[in-house]
Design a protein around this ligand. Structure first.
Ligand SMILES: [Zn+2]
Ligand SMILES: [Zn+2]
Length: 169
């Protein structure tokens, strides 16, 4: 779960590639726990600079998610980039650096943050997901209903307003 940065620390300015697989499991998150599947691949370059270590790279993570529109579960692979500084010992108070001890950097916290911060706010099973019928609740990706959404749902009100706006123009 951690990488050896002793060489990067000793030879500042030299780039050392690294690769690591992490089993992250479930990441607790206030907007809803994030469920990773299998191992998350991390790769990048470690470089010493000004007594710190810079890690540049990317992660590939498979997530188990629930569609925000139709509530069906789905899996999706994401690739996120990172570029973070690590301070040996305790970072200064106003710094965003991650801490590390001695010669090894634990990637887990940084990778978790990377996923949490870059995951889209809205997650759909597919771009064209038709969602649930607001009247009868049927999943409109799988079946059709005869509900008159235009006059009974909140979207109907909105559509009516849009028509009025158009007429005024
Ligand atoms: Zn959906
Ligand atoms: Zn319906």
């Amino acid at each position: 779960m951690s990488i050896d940065v002793s060489l990067a620390k000793r030879n500042e300015g030299v780039q050392y590639p690294f690769e690591e697989n992490l089993s992250l499991g479930t990441i607790p998150y206030e907007m809803g726990d994030i469920h990773t599947i299998g191992e998350t691949a991390v790769e990048g370059i470690a470089m010493g600079a000004d007594g710190k270590i810079l890690l540049n790279g990317s992660i590939v993570v498979l997530l188990s998610q629930v569609c925000d529109r139709c509530a069906e579960p789905f899996e999706r692979e994401y690739r996120f980039d990172f570029s973070e500084l690590f301070t040996d010992g305790q970072p200064e108070e106003d710094s965003d650096d991650y801490p590390f001890q001695s010669e090894r950097i634990d990637l887990e916290k940084m990778v978790q943050d990377c996923i949490v911060l870059q995951l889209p706010a809205v997650n759909l099973c597919m771009e064209t997901c038709r969602g649930l019928c607001p009247v009868c609740g049927i999943n409109r990706n799988h079946a059709n209903c005869n509900c008159n959404i235009e006059i009974s749902g909140p979207f109907g009100v909105l559509a009516g307003l849009m028509d009025r706006v158009k007429e005024d123009e």
